[in-house]
Design a protein around this ligand. Structure first.
Ligand code: F6R
Length: 239
């Protein structure tokens, strides 16, 4: 695992953007796995700025998002579908038909998304990490071979996400559809962005801890091509 320590969130976003741009411009028809949340927003801003200023094109790029809440409509402002439109897709020249955000609540919905993913091969999977080490919505205890599935969100994730739902935990959906760890591990390259002191323990366990389902992101130690871009606060417990 390559670990890049940056001074702050902006530098983290810029460094992650450099990795992203290299992949995006490497060949036509690149397939990206994308994430939502606070961590990648700065990276998405860099991609938008670069598209506007340097004309980097996303016309042929295909994207698959990691996850989506169950039980809220795509038009809901808090849906990950809306998040992706607002934070990236509406500001670059990507073909909306080439963007995919999982949706649904049934086994068939999960199998359908996984079938689509089987037809392509993700060149770069972007990830954030939860305080408890979750990747996508794969919470501690998720088997490493799980593919796209429906999950019950843990209390800590519901609490962490309440900030997007008027700080009201009751409004936070209780389930999500997510790529599994098995799905994520199939991607050719992984780029993880992490910032803030509240992630420091998860970062340490991911990089230095044992590979265990108790810390889902630790599985990345088994992936051949991972770049972890962290700010100093998130890296503070690394030895
Ligand atoms: C988002 C996702 C989650 C987040 C994680 C960190 O698509 O899959 O695993 O990456 O919860 O969220 P932030 O970046 O908001 O701290």
């Amino acid at each position: 695992m390559k670990v890049v320590v940056c001074k702050d969130y902006d530098e983290m976003s810029q460094k992650a953007f450099e990795v992203m741009k290299e992949v995006v411009t490497s060949k036509p028809g690149v397939v990206l796995g994308l994430a939502t949340g606070s961590s990648p927003v700065g990276l998405y801003k860099c991609m938008i700025k670069d598209h506007e200023e340097n004309g980097t094109s996303y016309k042929d790029v295909v994207t698959y998002n990691l996850d989506e809440y169950v039980g809220i409509d795509r038009s809901n402002p808090q849906s990950y579908y809306t998040f992706m439109k607002e934070n990236l897709f509406d500001h670059i020249d990507i073909d909306p038909n080439n963007t995919h955000v999982p949706y649904g609540s049934t086994k068939e919905d999960c199998e359908g998304y996984e079938k689509e993913l089987e037809k392509v091969s993700i060149d770069l999977q972007l990830l954030g990490i939860g305080r408890n080490g979750h990747i996508g919505f794969n919470e501690p205890g998720t088997p490493f071979d799980e593919m796209t599935h429906i999950v019950d969100l843990t209390q800590s994730t519901i609490e962490a996400n309440a900030r997007f739902f008027d700080n009201d935990m009751n409004k936070v959906p209780k389930q999500a559809i997510t790529m599994g760890i098995g799905t994520i591990m199939k991607s050719k390259k992984v780029l993880m962005v992490v910032s803030g002191p509240e992630k420091a323990e998860a970062v340490k366990a991911t990089v230095e801890g044992p590979v265990t389902t108790d810390m889902p992101a630790s599985v990345l130690q088994n992936h051949p091509d991972v770049t972890l871009v962290v700010d100093e606060a998130a890296a503070s417990l690394l030895s």
